[in-house]
Design a protein around this ligand. Structure first.
Ligand SMILES: C[C@@](CO)(OP(=O)(O)O)[C@H](O)COP(=O)(O)OP(=O)(O)OC[C@H]1O[C@@H](n2ccc(N)nc2=O)[C@H](O)[C@@H]1O
Ligand SMILES: Nc1ncnc2c1ncn2[C@@H]1O[C@H](COP(=O)(O)OP(=O)(O)O)[C@@H](O)[C@H]1O
Length: 270
């Protein structure tokens, strides 16, 4: 069985409170985009096996979120057959695109389906939340207004299929924990919930991502990439999540030919 875990972007992101458990409450809008990995799982394996190709994933097998997802379900379903996992990694890592979280959420869903575990969506969201703050979104995988650690989700009627997207990852790996430590939580000065219902053309200058200030300060090239997007005709541009991917939303099929550094990974979604 093969599935294609997709990435997400954050449209607006506010860190509102540091919690007693060390995590932060936030407010964001998650939007899925079709930049994907490929995750294949074969059964009839005598041992749990994991291999990956494509972009090198840091850490050993036990650290991989696909393997963690397997072990999480195995705790509650001890008869879960052992599997052979192959991950073709394409979504940039540590880019604010949620690639690892997506792999984990798709792994939960794949095992649930393949072995008919009968886990409902709400329980899958609970399992996903134990694997990472971004993980629950990928169980729903529809545009969502999210609060809490990101696990309290409300789907929103946001359809951006009338626009084209540009995602640029300059290869900078931002550590999410570090990025949270740079911030002083505060309430947003506008209503993201309301603004997301307004046309994209009204977002510039209002919709913000709290991570941009500290991450742009550490990596000024990211602000330049965002500026290039606007010069190239973007109606809205922002860093995604804790970075370092920067995204631009353009009028349909009107993405300017911007000459990026050859080392950058660039994705266009028309
Ligand atoms: C910032 C966001 C926005 O969507 O995404 P990314 O930019 O990473 O994609 C998420 O909140 C990231 O979610 P995720 O990448 O799953 O983070 P986790 O693995 O759960 O946590 C990594 C570390 O970030 C900090 N952390 C994470 C989430 C949160 N709500 N509060 C936190 O303080 C904690 O220090 C934690 O140890
Ligand atoms: N399958 C996986 N794909 C990507 N990263 C993974 C995976 N499993 C574990 N990780 C770890 O998760 C961290 C980053 O996750 P990722 O979702 O790519 O970034 P981000 O949180 O910025 O969206 C990395 O430190 C990486 O080592």
């Amino acid at each position: 069985m093969i599935v294609f875990p997709n990435c997400k972007i954050n449209l607006g992101l506010h860190i509102t409170r540091k919690r007693p458990d060390g995590f932060h409450d936030l407010e964001t809008v998650f939007y899925p985009l079709p930049v994907t990995d490929a995750l294949e799982v074969l059964s009839d394996s005598t041992a749990l096996q994991f291999e990956s190709s494509g972009i090198a994933v840091p850490g050993n097998t036990a650290d991989n979120l696909c393997v963690k997802a397997f072990h999480l379900l195995q705790q509650d379903f001890p008869a879960l057959p052992l599997v052979n996992i192959h991950l073709l990694k394409n979504i940039p890592i540590g880019a604010g695109l949620g690639g690892g979280s997506s792999d984990a959420a798709f792994m939960l869903q794949l095992l649930n389906q393949k072995f008919q575990l009968g886990i409902g969506e709400a329980a899958l969201v609970d399992y996903a939340a134990r694997l990472g703050s971004d993980c629950p979104f990928f169980i729903v995988n529809k545009p969502c207004y999210a609060t809490g650690r990101g696990e309290i989700m409300e789907t929103v009627a946001l359809d951006l299929s009338g626009y084209s997207f540009l995602l640029v990852h300059p290869g900078i790996h931002v550590n999410t924990g570090w990025a949270f430590q740079q911030l002083t939580p505060k309430a947003a000065t506008y209503s993201l919930r309301e603004l997301i219902g307004q046309p994209v053309e009204t977002w510039k200058g209002i919709m913000t991502n709290d991570f941009e200030a500290p991450v742009f300060q550490a990596h000024p090239v990211l602000a330049e990439i965002k500026e290039e997007m606007y010069k190239g005709g973007a109606v809205y541009a922002t860093m995604s999540g804790s970075g370092s991917a920067v995204l631009g939303i353009f009028p349909k099929n009107k993405i300017a030919d911007i000459l990026w550094d050859a080392s950058y990974r660039v994705f266009t979604i028309r």
